[in-house]
Design a protein around this ligand. Sequence first.
Ligand SMILES: *Cc1c(COP(=O)(O)O)cnc(C)c1O
Length: 429
Amino acid sequence: MNYDHSLAFAQHLDQTDPLRHFRERFYIPQQNGNPVAYLCGNSLGLQPKSARAALEQELNTWQNLGVEGWFDKPESGEQPWLGYHTTCKEALSAIVGADPSEVCPMNALTVNLHLLLASFYRPAGKKIKILTIKGDFPSDQYALETHIKHRGYSVADVLIEIAPHPDDNLIHTTDIQKAIIEQADSLALIWMSGLNYYTGQVYNMATLAETAQTHCIPIGFDLAHAIGNIPLRLHDWGVDFATWCSYKYLNGGPGAVSGVFIHKKHHEQNLPRLAGWWGYREDRRFEMTPGFLPAPGADGWQVSTPNILALALHRAALSITAEAGMVALRQKSEHLTGYLEYLLTRFDGIQIITPDDPNQRGCQLSLLVRKQGKKLFTYLTEQGIIGDWREPDCIRLAPTPLYNTFEDVWRVGSVIEQFYTDKMEHGLV
Ligand SMILES: *Cc1c(COP(=O)(O)O)cnc(C)c1O
């Protein structure tokens, strides 16, 4: 697309945007009475206006039915709480490209990662190592360390970290493939994010899953930044397992419920797991008998009674993403991010470290600011542009297609221009 710098151009794109009405479904935070340009959906997505009613409905059921809410159909005609989680499955499976039996909303991301590592990290003989990405999200690193130490190994002996390529500071698929092939005899597991939280780079999950499969090594992905952001086809790619959170691009609310994907090929294997009664076969759960019998599919990884209020928020938000559809969302997202990139490339002091190939990124651009980065970030915030700051010099901006406008993106260019003009006048840059 040919972009231009004028506000009129941005407004024209907004007027012709087929998803423009979805913005009205969200509360946009205000600053001095005006909506901010909220480019922080990679950290916490905005509140859908439907969230309150969804919560209220379950509060009413609790109020009116008490414990019978688990089994009785409430007045709303809603699903009893016992099967409530299943009502998220259709939307979730469409978003991650899976069969409904392969997904289950539950717990929080890092908790799920621990559960999945208990099942999928099964070192034996010479195959004890774990391959991952250097500088991946810290919580994932802590979880991997935990499981390595738990099995009596040392992190230095077991963990292999692929470093960014010195040429472009990105992780190359070929580097990962090379490591998989070289270490195939000693690898027990591959675990990495699907989209890097810091650089915004998307990894080629399909190719990596294929290479892993060829060498019979289970591969799992952390999809915290990928879900609701980029198209996923976990089942077809042959990914073994995955987890994500729903408070970023899925707008499920602070600390919202996470979810897991477990590929069908593992459903009949009765994998070892950290079991709890909620993962027990639903038809016999209340027999309270000893000896764990897992529920079929991903549901068999549940541990505890689900948080229905959290699920209500999750489901209300999910239905918006599902209604817009990942194909349309992605199409708009590529334009929004392409436009942001176009507006930023004219500033010499800013380097975009996110790949310029749309197939290797989601909506987020990560900017390294050579001088006065923190000052620029503060200035943006004061002018109503909400992004986030990562020490020592990185600003992350994530225009999201559900509620951001092209005018939001235009404001970024305009405010940065103001910043440099002001600074230049005062001899500060
Ligand atoms: C946000 C994020 C998490 C957060 O984990 P929680 O357990 O939900 O706190 C984990 N991994 C990645 C890659 C993330 O971006």
